[in-house]
Design a protein around this ligand. Sequence first.
Ligand SMILES: NCCCN[C@H]1CC[C@H](NCCCN)CC1
Length: 288
Amino acid sequence: PGWFSEISPMWPGEAHSLKVEKILFQAKSDYQNVMVFQSSTYGKVLVLDGVIQLTERDECAYQEMITHLPLCSIPNPKKVLVIGGGDGGVLREVSRHSSVEKIDICEIDKMVVDVSKQFFPDVAIGFDDPRVTLHIGDGVAFLKAVPEGTYDAVIVDSSDPIGPAQELFEKPFFESVAKALRPGGVVCTQAESIWLHMHIIEDIVANCRQIFKGSVNYAWTTVPTYPSGMIGFMLCSTEGPSVDFKHPVNPIDENSQQSTRPLKFYNSEIHTAAFCLPSFAKRAIGSK
Ligand SMILES: NCCCN[C@H]1CC[C@H](NCCCN)CC1
């Protein structure tokens, strides 16, 4: 018992805290420290190198939005690649789309997969879908080996730019994603917080505007247990059939699909609202 505080040089001078009931797991993988604790009010919590990755109570906001913002923006997504996402939550959301035939996932740290299966069964359930193929390895290398135009959608469910995910925020990686996408294909990446990392976001937007000749938009959602209470996403499409991210063409009915587990967060109205930016962010990263 006591408190876990998320202290990091990535968000100096502030630290979100959660009351701890019990530490359930703690170990060092080949890449990072992995910890799971039972919190008093947010369910179980997954922490990598001292940074909160997900809690049972609010993970739906992140996993549903990072998945359905891209997949509901194109008709009939068939082949999807997830980079990162080793907890399985994005896979769970991708599998709601009946048009999807193949889901590849490339996660660098096998311990994240194993720990999620042990402590977060409602998140790791995504691995049970027969369309899923799990690759344990570096997403940068994986994408270099992917034939041109393979995927309809790529979802980059990464941690933050300090640690194993650093390369997933750099230009060469975005270029390899663009190559792996078919014309009019879409990518959605974890894109930090406009309250904490506006300069990182400006660089990412500039790189994406050079690389993705379709549309480039920033969207966001609220996640109470991420620093600043929100997290953003870069939504980009390659040259080809135009993609209007702000209006879902492939709506997902929040009650259909796995009606045993209806959507908790995503719906078509919040899809459109997610692209509305406060004025300071519009000026810095708004699309012309
Ligand atoms: N499938 C859940 C993976 C979670 N991705 C990231 C975990 C770290 C988190 N830090 C937030 C830093 C401030 N923006 C961003 C999302």
